[in-house]
Design a protein around this ligand. Structure first.
Ligand code: TYD
Length: 162
């Protein structure tokens, strides 16, 4: 079995319950979820995902970024161990991903779309629309030491892993 196939085969996406989607950009695996959404006629839509069922980990922390003008760029770091799911309940935010070998982009412009970001992925978030809200659910409590904020250090870390 070639290594890329093995990685895809072993990927937690196969455990996802709700319309999980795995896009493979060459060797980089992009895992998105489509949240269950229930529309009440004339009363909007409720979207939901559940820890360890719809995302492949338990959730210990939720944070969100709001009040950012269009063109705002945030992120510019990777995590050594942290796993997260990102979603945009309002607006449109471009997520740039880089695994040290390859780069890819995902547009979060649908409140029911979630993006799983695994550890050792460099990410940048660019606000396409003023006041877009970025929500993040993470599998660990905040720990400054888990961040890699230097791109060269990130490249060394991931390239050492092969
Ligand atoms: P950071 O993760 O660098 O956000 P971004 O990449 O979007 O710019 O966090 C911004 C600041 O907030 C930084 O000083 C750390 C702090 N912070 C916490 O105190 N707790 C948290 O859970 C998070 C995510 C950030």
């Amino acid at each position: 079995m070639d290594p890329a196939h093995k990685r895809r085969h072993n990927h937690p996406a196969r455990h996802l319950r709700v319309c999980g989607k795995v896009r493979k950009a060459s060797t980089m695996i992009i895992q998105t979820i489509h949240m269950k959404s229930v529309t009440a006629e004339g009363q909007g839509t409720l979207s939901v995902f559940e820890a360890s069922r719809d995302v492949p980990f338990d959730i210990k922390r939720i944070y969100y970024i709001h009040g950012a003008p269009q063109g705002t760029q945030r992120g510019g770091h990777a995590h050594k161990a942290l796993r997260q799911v990102l979603w945009c309940p309002y607006g449109s935010i471009l997520i740039r991903l880089d695994d040290g070998h390859e780069k890819s982009e995902v547009l979060l412009d649908d409140p029911a779309k979630g993006l799983i970001v695994e550890h050792n992925i460099w990410r940048e978030m660019i606000w396409q629309q003023e006041n877009s809200v970025l929500c993040v659910a993470a599998d660990s409590y905040y720990e400054a030491a888990d961040y890699i904020r230097d791109y060269d250090e990130f490249l060394k870390t991931v390239q050492a892993k092969g």
